[in-house]
Write a protein that binds this ligand. Structure first.
Ligand code: GAP
Length: 445
């Protein structure tokens, strides 16, 4: 997808209230974004779908909602305070700062500045370590600070509660704990819109299993998560691929990792990482907390530290991929039509209802009645703020699969005209059958 298409997508998201710059009325806060009325609807649907698939529909995975701010020792144990850092270097020419692993190396100590194309000599400009953790003071007084940290991954809330869940549920392995929630990183390389933010949301599962079954479990999660994006979310298969990490790019806790990548407007980039974390986290937390986190298997009569497979997805990146996948432009009667071909189960509204003439009381009343009757069955919107052509285009842009127009004849024949977003075909449908008609279109409600 070309870069200008990227600009069109950002503009649409702003114009139609999907995404706004964080703190915008004060000039904005870089790398923070807010979801508007339509964006928050889609985001909620993504999270609900994931939760239903893995927590509600499975017997082996349990939900959790842990605190965002956590004790310093959690991150001493997890290794984030020590190891969760980027190496940064300053360009002597343009004075911009870059992640060393993200810039082109032309000789052992020589790099090309991505901004001004000047040379960066890393002997003269030594790379410096920059920790990504966000720290806060949770003490009541400023002179006696007690520092705590905003979690950089929801995973740590899961590890810190592993024993609580095991003890309260008396569950056997394999067992997963799932969590959706905010995570925070003081990212250095930002930009790329909502792709890399300082505050973002994750959907993570820590799946605890037997060490000897971990490798197979890892492979199963990789294929399951790939399947999820195609079949459950509905992204185009050609825009998705799997990429296995080489050993030098693995996170400090991982034994293996595979990314699900999406073809974003700026190229193939990570949507999700599925990692084999081995027994790293439980061993570390056991050591620092001095709690016994080992597992006793009474059938096998052995005690061991469970291994963990972690499918870790980004809510915001999934949202971004959904919008990029759906964005389309076409020419209709010599005019550009922007249409968001969202899969119906992800569209903010399934149906929009319009009165053809807003100065005719009986038409407006009927349209409003239809709106209120259908509201219980599907997400529906009422709009009478423009001419019909304009109202259709507006719904095309926000991805509403169907529009129902109430006209003069509707009052007598009790039928409306239903227009399909993708085909633009129109059909007369009895008012009492609108919901049923829409449900015949696969995946609508
Ligand atoms: N618990 C493992 C973990 O956090 P990660 O690869 O660093 O692994 C997992 O993050 C997912 O979280 C990524 O694939 C991405 O979707 C999302 N993510 C990570 N950092 C992000 C950021 N700065 N902005 C938006 N999403 C981010």
């Amino acid at each position: 997808m070309p870069q200008d298409r990227f600009a069109q997508i950002i503009s649409l998201c702003r114009r139609r209230g999907f995404i706004f710059q964080g703190s915008e009325i004060y000039g904005g806060l870089s790398s923070f974004w807010d979801y508007g009325p339509l964006g928050s609807l889609i985001k909620k649907k993504i999270k609900d779908i994931w939760w239903k698939e893995y927590v509600e529909n499975r017997a082996d995975i349990f939900g959790l909602d842990s605190a965002i701010i956590m004790h310093e020792n959690v991150f001493v144990a997890s290794g984030h305070l020590e190891g969760f850092a980027d190496y940064l270097v300053d360009c002597p020419g343009c004075k911009k700062r870059f992640r060393i692993d993200k810039i082109e190396k032309i000789a052992p100590d020589l790099y090309t500045c991505p901004e001004c194309a000047g040379e960066i000599n890393t002997i003269q400009n030594k790379p410096r370590k920059f920790n990504l953790m966000l720290k806060t003071n949770v003490s009541a007084t400023e002179d006696e600070p007690q520092y705590a940290y905003l979690r950089p991954e929801t995973a740590q809330g899961i590890f810190a509660n592993y024993l609580n869940v095991m003890n309260t549920y008396h569950k056997k392995l394999p067992l997963g704990i799932a969590q959706i929630g905010k995570a925070f990183r003081n990212e250095v390389t930002t930009g790329s819109y909502i792709f890399r933010m300082k505050e973002f949301e994750q959907m993570e599962i820590e799946y605890f299993t037997y060490p000897e079954e971990a490798a197979q479990c890892y492979r199963e999660w990789v294929s399951e998560r790939f399947r999820f994006y195609i079949e459950t979310i509905g992204l185009k298969k050609e825009n998705l691929r799997l990429r296995e990490h080489s050993s030098d790019e693995l996170a400090h806790y991982a034994r293996a990792c595979t990314d699900v990548e999406y073809l974003f407007p700026f190229g193939w980039s990570e949507l999700e990482g599925i990692a084999d974390r081995g027994d790293y986290d439980l061993t570390q937390h056991a050591k620092v907390s001095k709690k016994d986190l080992s597992y006793f298997d009474n059938v096998r009569d052995t005690r061991f530290m469970p291994y963990v497979i972690e499918p870790s997805a980004g809510v915001d990146r999934t949202f971004f991929a959904v919008i990029c996948d759906a964005y389309d432009e076409e020419e209709v009667k010599g005019k550009k039509r922007v249409v968001l071909r969202l899969k119906p189960h992800l569209a903010p509204y399934t149906l929009a209802v319009f009165p053809l003439l807003k100065n005719r009381g009986e038409i407006v009343d009927l349209a409003k009645k239809i709106f209120y009757d259908i509201k219980e069955k599907m997400p529906v919107l009422y709009d009478d703020t423009g001419a019909i052509g304009k109202l259709y285009r507006r719904q095309d842009e926000i991805g509403t699969p169907f529009c129902a127009t109430v006209d003069v004849d509707s009052v007598s024949d009790q039928k409306v005209t239903i227009r399909n977003r993708d085909t633009m075909q129109q059909e007369r449908v009895e008012i009492g059958r609108i919901a049923e008609y829409i449900k015949t279109v696969k995946g609508t409600v």
